[in-house]
Design a protein around this ligand. Structure first.
Ligand code: R5P
Length: 302
């Protein structure tokens, strides 16, 4: 009996913090990459009868991290644990939650099936792009709002804040955040060019932002394009300052520079994804997510 925490390679510092918060240590796993990049996993712990948590952010390189998770899940299952729980601080493929154009794959569903196929009993994740993907899983999913880590900070400037949703898809998330904190909400309508990845065609603000601190809440930053375009627009409409608050920072090269040189005054993210030192920038502030994850996991430990 008992609980064991294992970590893939995507975010070991976060996994170690979660383990320490739960007064546990990280179990030993051998993760080897062959010369052709193929991965080999060996669990170096006795998992029999235990509740085994596997912590892995599905961040860039997404498919490598996903494959590690799947192979770790299978290796654990063969040791006859009581339960295997996937803890995904960041769940990628969640943006491909529907078929946008004929001929596309329903990737979020495929990934859900893949995770379930190796015998995970439960999944814990933070700030999904869209809650509809919960319906792709047969196993229970515990979905935590990552934005809650920013609340204390927002509380300090509450009187002047308007919450911004950067596109219609993110409305529910922003609405919930604004309602919880009793704040006004404004909307940005964003149109993407579906034939060109990351390209935005147009944006429009609906609501009053004049002389306010506009806090744009989002699930993930990748290129920074969505937030930078939104920040230009919000400043044009009279916002006094603009803060971006996004749970996941899956930065690609150059995102830091774009964000730092933009009209954004601050960029708040959490540590669900490891941000290498060379990608840090002066406007960036990283909030910790380990207590949220540890709290959810604690409830599951028998
Ligand atoms: C899109 O719908 C997502 O919620 C994010 O707004 C988007 O993926 C961020 O990507 P980028 O930083 O490349 O604009």
């Amino acid at each position: 009996m008992g609980a064991l925490i294992l970590s893939g390679t995507s975010n070991q510092p976060l996994a170690a913090q979660v383990a320490s918060e739960l007064s546990l240590t990280l179990g030993k796993v051998e993760i080897i990459r062959f010369a052709d990049s193929e991965c080999r996993i060996r669990i170096e712990e006795d998992v029999e009868g235990k509740d085994v948590f596997i912590i892995q952010s599905l961040s860039n390189p997404v498919d490598e991290h996903l494959m590690e998770l799947i192979l770790m899940g299978d290796a654990v299952r063969r040791g006859e644990p009581r339960k295997i729980i996937a803890v995904l601080p960041y769940h990628s493929y969640a943006r491909q939650d529907r078929i946008h154009r004929p001929g596309e794959c329903l990737s979020a569903q495929v990934v859900a099936h893949l995770i379930e196929s190796v015998g995970f009993d439960k999944l814990v994740t933070l700030e999904l792009h869209n809650e509809t993907i919960l319906g792709f899983f047969q196993i229970p999913v515990v979905h935590i709002s990552g934005l809650s880590v920013f609340q204390q900070e927002v509380e300090k400037i509450k009187d002047e804040v308007v919450v911004i949703t950067p596109d219609a898809g993110a409305l529910k998330r922003a609405q919930k955040f604004a309602e919880t904190m009793d704040l006004p909400l404004a909307l940005i309508e964003k149109k993407r060019d579906l034939d060109h990845a990351h390209k935005i065609i147009s944006m429009r603000v609906v609501g009053d932002v004049k002389d306010k601190t506009a806090i744009i809440v989002d699930d993930v930053i990748v290129t920074g394009g969505t937030l930078v375009n939104a920040a230009y627009l919000l400043k044009q409409k009279g916002a006094k300052s603009v803060i971006a608050a996004a749970t996941h920072a899956d930065f690609v090269g150059g995102a830091g520079k774009i964000l730092n040189e933009s009209p954004l005054d601050q960029v708040w993210v959490t540590d669900t994804i490891t941000i290498p030192k060379e990608m840090h920038f002066s406007k960036l502030r990283i909030f910790s997510s380990y207590t949220l994850l540890a709290l959810a996991m604690k409830k599951m430990i028998k």
